[in-house]
Write a protein that binds this ligand. Structure first.
Ligand SMILES: Nc1ncnc2c1ncn2[C@@H]1O[C@H](COP(=O)(O)OP(=O)(O)OP(=O)(O)O)[C@@H](O)[C@H]1O
Ligand SMILES: [Mg+2]
Length: 195
């Protein structure tokens, strides 16, 4: 990410790639009132976006400027709003580091995994990602993650309609370490028992 003055950022993929789908989905959900950065241009590996002003939900929680309860509720509400957008759009990485708290409310960033699919998968993934932090004995945010998860599940309703799909996606994610993949079953159990 590169900032250009106050109003513009460039998201560019060093390893190459094609931002066409990412840009199209962001424009689509934005047109339907879902909070995303405005897309100013897209071509090849480059995505030109509205620069947001604020901090990530993760940072807001860390600084105790947002309670764990409110963080979980905001995440659930964002899923609910995304479900209201026509076309069964899934973000597939909707976690506290991909939400920016701005003057116009929470705004969702990082749409590179977005695609269409069953909405239950998106909710299950958020729960699983939170639980993966919560079951990591070395993670400094494990207690916070557990509390955000509890609030999220309470507000989101049943996240278990596609837990199999969520686990499969995380298992296939090359960014996860072997230790993290090894704790996936425990994370799933935590979500299921919290429900
Ligand atoms: N539109 C934006 N305006 C201002 N800052 C942004 C914007 N988009 C992203 N950022 C900043 O850049 C950081 C990283 O953004 P993003 O989550 O999109 O990429 P990433 O973290 O590299 O992707 P990944 O989460 O897959 O690692 C965010 O935490 C935020 O601080
Ligand atoms: Mg991100």
């Amino acid at each position: 990410m590169y900032a250009f003055g106050d109003a513009l950022v460039l998201r560019t993929y060093r390893a190459g790639g094609d931002v066409t789908t990412e840009a199209a989905i962001m424009r689509h959900v934005g047109r339907h009132g879902f909070p995303v950065p405005e897309v100013f241009g897209a071509g090849g590996r480059d995505l030109w976006l509205e620069r947001l002003h604020g901090q990530t939900m993760l940072l807001a929680v860390t600084r105790k400027e947002l309670t764990h309860d409110d963080a979980g509720t905001v995440l659930a509400n964002l899923h609910h709003r995304l479900r209201g957008v026509p076309g069964r759009i899934l973000h597939l990485d909707l976690h506290p580091a991909n939400v920016m708290m701005t003057a116009r409310g929470p705004v969702v960033i990082d749409w590179r995994n977005a695609r269409t699919g069953p909405p239950g998968l998106d909710v299950a993934l958020t729960a699983l990602i939170l639980a993966q932090v919560a079951v990591d004995p070395e993670h400094p945010a494990r207690t916070a993650a557990r509390e955000i998860l509890t609030a999220f599940l309470r507000a989101a309703g049943d996240p278990l309609s596609d837990m199999d799909g969520a686990v499969a996606m995380r298992r296939a994610d090359p960014n996860l370490s072997e230790a993290e993949t090894g704790r996936l079953a425990a994370a799933r159990l935590m979500v299921e028992s919290a429900v």
